[in-house]
Design a protein around this ligand. Structure first.
Ligand code: GDD
Ligand code: MN
Length: 369
């Protein structure tokens, strides 16, 4: 089997029959083309549809009924506990899927099944981990967003999100889409914390992936109502904060530990009769090295495999931290002498600024993808 089509559903009874019909029709085309030896599409194409359903209406019955006569195998996972909502359902679909290639599509036909062959064709070239169905790439549209407010919310949140992850989302015009085809082996499920709707964002933000996009027209709902809500909006904001600042707060904690260790080492060495300057230098270098090891292990562990070699990362981090410690001294002097800051305030301010600069430098340079 080459492709598993995962459909998360929550009360989509009037939509699933039409969805299965259109998915089957679209994939029959792929199967016929591959039998004819179309370049880029391997022969003997097989696919399945996996519904991951949390419905309280007749959706599961309709799915079972449709499954009996569909031209593709249709499986139903009906969950009694809807862990993680839509995002959790998608991850459960990844686990249950027969194939590594997993295409996620909404159950309400806002994502056109006729686009699946194009996503598959792009994916099967084999040079990317994920193909994103995008409303905002050239040729895509978002006209199915119900009203002006949702259009605005979608555009603004997409822009903010992309600004917060300038590197990871560099090639992704629509990180909030629910229509994508991914190699599930590229997804580190243990690291994901699915909360609500934005599972693709969670996947892309946690790990550097190779991405391609295919534009599509986000259509009107076939029937029923959207399950998006203010609650989903709150989920999204929590998710964004955790994804972005989770790293930064860990970085801060490790920096804080380093500062404490620094003082402790100076104290211990001076007790042993080592001169103050030498003790300070040894303590500074020891904490710089210790912090680097902790950051590697706990903060940037997911970015290591795509970054330069361990020694090169160390060299960059070590050089930067030493340079920064040296540069800070004349800056403090300047603040105290010329601008009449107290020494404590000047030191504290430079440490805060240094913290952000250090974080940005490590994210963008030391662990550059
Ligand atoms: N299993 C499961 N559990 N499925 C769910 C749940 C849930 O708790 N909540 C929603 N779904 C299913 C719906 O049944 C539908 O198939 C799909 O997820 C999308 O839900 P909609 O209610 O249609 O949401 P939408 O159209 O507002 O949101 C879509 O577009 C957004 C972009 O504007 C989704 O694709 C979002 O992922 C996407 O961000
Ligand atoms: Mn929808």
């Amino acid at each position: 089997m080459q492709l598993s089509i995962i459909v998360p559903t929550y009360n989509e009874a009037p939509n699933v029959a039409e969805l299965v019909r259109r998915v089957c029709a679209a994939l029959e085309r792929v199967a016929v083309e591959s039998a004819a030896g179309e370049p880029g599409i391997p022969g003997g194409f097989e696919a399945e549809i996996v519904f991951v359903d949390d419905s309280t209406d007749a959706t599961p019955d309709v799915i079972r009924e449709v499954a009996a006569s569909a031209s593709l195998p249709v499986r139903l996972i009906h969950r009694t506990i809807a862990t993680g909502g839509l995002g959790g359902a998608v991850l459960e679909g990844f686990t249950a899927a027969e194939s590594d290639a997993c295409l996620v599509i909404d159950g309400d036909l806002q994502h056109p099944p006729e686009k699946i062959p194009e996503l598959w064709e792009r994916f099967s070239r084999g040079d990317v981990d994920v193909v994103v169905g995008s409303r905002y790439a050239g040729g895509g549209t978002s006209h199915g967003l119900a009203d002006r407010t949702r259009v605005l919310v979608s555009k603004v949140s997409t822009a903010v999100t992309r600004a917060m992850f300038p590197i990871r989302l560099k090639d992704v015009s629509d990180p909030m889409t629910g229509f994508f085809l991914i190699d599930r082996r590229a997804v580190d499920q243990a690291m994901l914390r699915p909360r609500g709707f934005k599972i693709l964002l969670e996947i892309l933000a946690r790990r550097p992936l190779r991405v391609a996009e295919v534009p599509f027209d986000f259509a009107d709902r076939h029937a029923g109502e959207s399950k998006a809500s203010v609650r989903q909006g709150v989920h999204f904001l929590t998710q964004l904060t955790a994804l972005r600042f989770g790293k930064m707060s860990l970085f801060a904690v490790i920096g804080g530990l380093g500062a404490v260790a620094n003082v402790a080492i100076v104290w211990a060495l001076t007790q042993l009769g080592v001169g103050y300057i030498v003790a300070a230098i040894i303590a500074a270098e020891a904490t710089i090295i210790g912090n680097f090891l902790l950051q590697e292990r706990f903060v940037f562990h997911d970015m290591r495999h795509s970054a330069a070699s361990g020694w090169l990362r160390f060299a960059k981090s070590f050089t930067f931290n030493n340079a920064e410690a040296l540069v800070r001294i004349p800056i403090i002097a300047l603040m105290v002498e010329s601008w009449h800051f107290s020494a404590v305030v000047a030191t504290a301010l430079t440490l805060v600024v240094a913290f952000f600069v250090r974080f940005v430098f490590h994210s963008l340079v030391v662990y550059a993808p």
